[in-house]
Design a protein around this ligand. Structure first.
Ligand code: PMP
Length: 426
């Protein structure tokens, strides 16, 4: 018999979630799970934080929705101001999901060029193995396996190289490897001549590449290639942003200054669907002084309830030093994963940055994705949720607990992971 909820068509009967607190989730049978991946790398500050819960209730009692065409609201203004202060960007546009933030980023880039009389600049180049979301624009810019279904109408071109899993530099240094990638990128960009609107890239590969970093210097070099080509550089920090990799934006760690940034996930931290597109002064000026048409509108953009939720999350991040604590906790998690890798030959690689980590598993010749899906379900039996990266390129599970995880909870995570590895090895 078919069940009415369509996403369950693909999964075996999943347990019903009924409660969550901190890094823990409970199902209807009373089983407890450690959220070792923050859902889909979302819950930066953990579940059911009392400050956020109170803020949601208070805002819901005042006003939940008023369209931004008629009203602004204090929470949305404050979220935008705080995001700009945290990142040095000039403007923030609030939306409801990472995909919408990417979509808005692409639209702002098109608008920027149109305002400058460069309407031929309509092409977006993205990475061959990236993921940017599930709306058509974002998905067609993605290298995700799902893209095949939309490639007939896809507008964007995922043709740029990315830092790979299990990277083999051969006898080259990391610098030479980055240079080879840049040479390839230069040729791909040059082929677009004056049609290139922007390059869109994840600073750390997430959903499709399982926490793969780029070789040092690649992102900075790519930014430079964009400038030379008269195109914009868009960083998709939906997954890597909001402190996940140890700084507010992952780009900061490479001294890369994008023209536009998409943020999501950790901004709402699981409490509300909220995301944001940040623009630099030059993009903001072009849009603000332009024709007056602002692209990227969505019904729920910047509504009082989700804005108040994001504001409460930002307050917790600041008042509880969450990013700094996450940076310290991440070192413990990484050390523990590396110790596990020394004991378990099924782990081929521990990689990532900050609290965006992944284990590449030996798939032992099985179809891509099968081993990690099996491993994630074994982990779940042991009470640990991990996120399988299933874009079609790696055999990795993402380990990305809330940044607020304690050392006791890290020990519990590692113990469950160890038991699951023993079971996987059979
Ligand atoms: N960009 C990146 C880098 C992502 O990882 C994701 C989600 N996995 C998205 C965009 C899309 O975000 P959402 O699912 O909230 O639309």
């Amino acid at each position: 018999m078919t069940r009415p909820l369509i996403q369950n068509v693909l999964a075996a009967q999943p347990p019903e979630v009924v409660r969550a607190e901190g890094v823990w989730l409970w199902d209807a049978e009373g089983n407890r799970y450690l959220d070792g991946c923050s859902g889909a790398v979302v819950s930066a500050i953990g579940h059911s934080h009392p400050h956020v819960v109170r803020a949601i209730a208070a805002q819901a009692a005042r006003v939940t929705y008023a369209h931004r065409g008629a009203f602004t609201n204090a929470a949305a203004e404050e979220v935008a101001a705080r995001l700009c202060e945290l990142t040095g960007f000039a403007g923030a546009w609030l939306v409801g999901s990472g995909s919408e933030a990417v979509e808005a980023a692409m639209q702002f880039a098109l608008q920027y060029h149109q305002e400058r009389g460069e309407s031929e600049r309509t092409v977006f180049l993205s990475a061959r193995k990236g993921y940017h979301g599930n709306t058509l624009g974002a998905l067609s810019a993605s290298g995700h396996a799902r893209r095949a279904a939309v490639s007939g109408i896809a507008l964007e071109i995922p043709a740029l190289p990315t830092g790979d899993a299990l990277r083999d530099h051969g006898d080259r240094t990391e610098e030479e490897y980055a240079q080879a990638m840049l040479d390839e990128a230069r040729a791909v960009i040059a082929a677009q001549e004056d049609r290139l609107a922007a390059v869109l890239i994840e600073p750390v590969g997430g959903a499709t590449l399982g926490a793969s970093t780029h070789p040092a210097g690649y992102l900075a070099g790519l930014t430079e290639l964009c400038r030379e080509a008269g195109a914009l550089f868009i960083a998709d920090e939906v997954l890597s942003g909001m402190g996940r990799t140890g700084t507010v934006l992952a780009c900061e760690q490479e001294s890369v200054a994008p023209d536009i940034v998409a943020m999501g996930k950790g901004l709402g931290s699981g409490y509300a669907p909220v995301a944001a597109t940040l623009v630099s002064q030059k993009v903001l000026t072009a849009i603000a002084e332009g024709t007056g048409v602002v692209l990227g509108g969505h019904t729920y953009a910047g509504n009082p309830l989700t804005a108040a939720t994001a504001l409460a999350v930002l307050e917790v991040l600041a008042e509880e030093n969450v990013i700094e604590r996450g940076r310290e906790a991440a070192v413990m998690v990484r050390d523990a994963l590396e110790a596990l890798a020394r004991e378990h030959p099924l782990i081929l690689e521990v990689r990532g940055r900050g609290m965006l980590l992944a284990l590449e598993l030996d798939a032992e010749g099985r179809a891509q994705g099968d081993a990690v899906r099996e491993f994630a379900s074994i982990c779940m039996k042991h009470g640990l949720i991990l996120y399988p990266a299933t874009g079609g390129f790696v055999d990795a599970v993402i380990v990305s607990p809330p940044l607020t995880i304690t050392s006791v909870e890290i020990a519990q995570l590692v113990q469950m992971l160890g038991s699951a590895l023993i079971e996987l090895a059979g």
